[in-house]
Design a protein around this ligand. Structure first.
Ligand SMILES: [Zn+2]
Length: 231
């Protein structure tokens, strides 16, 4: 290959496995000025291949720029889109985990103010792995799923931490179609590496034996049945 010639993603080998379902057949989906994107033939996930992702240090530097402030009413209003439907389904007292709580934990504070017993986990800002040994009545992951390098392993782990009858609440913007993807602002954040469609999440819910509820554009609730073969 002549020096300087860049192989387009369409010609990458098909051996880039899907990070959600591990399926080996993924296809070119899109390329922009910075990264390529592939789509899984089985679960429909669109993802950034490992070679195009940020390093952990670059990722952390980007997160440090996020200014999440628990006293910011606009931010609380944004989080209430996940908080309210969870609160309707999970009565107090209950124990919850906010996974991926970020540099300014706010959602966990909202639940604590409402009387819930909350734990936090974040790989960069609250990396107490003991928290991941507990069992929870509900788990929230707001603006987390799109950041996951290993979404299959992480979602399976969260599912495993839920008690039977528990709820997993996700907030992530859902992919619409290829034409919309090309101009989608959500794609441009360099820390966003996984893009779920409703079909992807429905596929995952079926595999996990969960019921799934789509609330609005970007809130997804998954309910682990009381008697689950997957606990
Ligand atoms: Zn897949």
């Amino acid at each position: 290959m002549p020096k300087g010639v860049h192989f387009p993603s369409a010609e990458y080998p098909l051996s880039i496995d899907c990070p959600l379902c591990r399926h080996g057949h993924t296809d070119f989906y899109h390329r922009d000025e910075r990264r390529s994107y592939r789509q899984c033939r089985r679960c429909d996930l669109v993802f950034v291949p490992p070679a195009d992702r940020l390093s952990p240090a670059e990722e952390k530097a980007h997160y440090d720029l996020h200014e999440n402030d628990p006293s910011d009413r606009g931010y609380r209003r944004f989080l209430s889109r996940l908080f309210e439907p969870m609160r309707e389904r999970v009565p107090v007292p209950a124990r919850g985990l906010d996974f991926g709580s970020g540099p300014g934990p706010t959602l966990s504070l909202m639940f604590a103010e409402a009387g819930y017993d909350m734990a936090l986990y974040d790989p960069y800002y609250a990396a107490d792995s003991g928290v991941l040994q507990g069992r929870y009545d509900f788990i929230t992951a707001s603006e987390v799923a799109e950041h996951l390098y290993r979404p299959g392993a992480v979602l399976a782990q969260l599912h495993g931490l839920l008690r039977p009858g528990g709820w997993l609440g996700l907030m992530t913007k859902l992919i619409c179609d290829r034409a919309a993807f090309a101009t989608w602002h959500y794609r441009r954040d360099p820390t966003h590496v996984c893009f779920f469609s409703s079909r992807t999440l429905a596929w995952w819910a079926e595999q996990a034996g969960c019921d799934i509820f789509f609330i609005g554009q970007d809130v997804i609730l998954l309910h682990k049945p009381l008697s689950s073969a997957f606990t």
